[in-house]
Design a protein around this ligand. Sequence first.
Ligand code: AMP
Length: 445
Amino acid sequence: MTFATLGLIEPLLRSLEKLGYQTPTPVQAQAIPAVLAGRDLMAAAQTGTGKTAGFALPLLQLLAMEGPKVTANSVRALILVPTRELAEQVHESVRQYAENLPLRTYAVYGGVSINPQMMKLRGGVDLLVATPGRLLDLFRQNALKFNQLQTLVLDEADRMLDLGFSEELANIYRALPKKRQTLLFSATFSDDIRLLAGQMLNDPLSIEVSPRNVAANTVKQWVVTVDKKRKPELFVHLMRKNKWKQVLVFAKTRNGVDALVEKLQGLGVNADGIHGDKPQATRQRALDRFKLSEVQILVATDVAARGLDIEDLPLVVNFDLPIVAEYYIHRIGRTGRAGATGEAISLVCADEVNMLSAIEMLTRQTLKRQNEPDFEPEHRVPDTDASGQVIKKPKKPKKPKASGGGGKRNLGKWVDSGDTQAPEPSIKPVRKVPVFNTGPRKRKP
Ligand code: AMP
């Protein structure tokens, strides 16, 4: 099968040739003809499967071939994404695919001045990539109209709900024309996502390119158990021993990111960090430098790193396990992309045993444990398996901490009550969301 046999037009085929895409990925093979035929889509596709091209290519083709010229402040196709980085990344892909087409594309997101965005929108945009909050701001300031909108894409829909965007999505939904094509992409399908899909999609074609909630099988995963206080030391030891060159490291909190970056920089390691407290320009610069291998170790919180595409990333390290089990799949999806192999190592301490168990249950696998000599933990991490059972109770620590102890379990999402520091505000394992059919809620601060 080729892109030509899927019905793509010559200007797009030329762009793909330039990018070196030879064969459509499974999600592209299914999505492209369906979108060209005008169908709504509900796609379970993990990041790294080529889903961006799966929706962007046919969408660009429809915009180029059909419909009226875009008018002032209007937009003909809208792609909603959860984070600023993802908005930039998706727009960059769109820009490359659309190189030979006479279409105007643009990306808008928060954290940067709104005025240049308002100016740019004056002339109208064929395809707009946006984060939900900034999109609504622009709409409320009359910088955007949706009367010409023909297609809506929800990319990483699960993540948008996790980040608390359900109210923004409901408001956007109310402002859009009822007659439109809608494409929904999500790595995982919770009940909330299914509710959202039920309300937004019309007779959608369902596409599932990888088993639900199963981590990428091109990624070799294992766990090193260690005492919590020795994690930084173990990280440095493993980095030196294995001569790690380019590593994306996930820490749970902003302070955790800063502390590890400081330690590594103090040792002369070329490290940088990204989290929600840093200005957008700083985050983007750190990421760009990491992609160019100018930064060796990039330490990030979940909020800053979801959905990012980093070419040939060999290794992801979970310095802390994620507070939401599903984030583990997204984190390790940063490596082993587009058919390449990768490794994902998790440094796990006794406090995190319940999170480990939730991840093993979700991914239906028992993660292999590998002890590191001289780092065997004093506080043993009890055995776990894919059934979600913690097989043995941990030995009682000699001096129990005042607020320490196990987490609270809720549908695979975890809050470690022993945390002394709050996680990133926007990735708190938020509420079960009332998605669309409840009355107005108080706006987030
Ligand atoms: P995505 O899942 O959309 O983030 O894409 C993951 C990576 O795969 C990106 O770097 C794309 O440029 C690349 N990619 C997407 N489709 C293809 C294809 N058909 N052939 C080769 N690379 C691709």
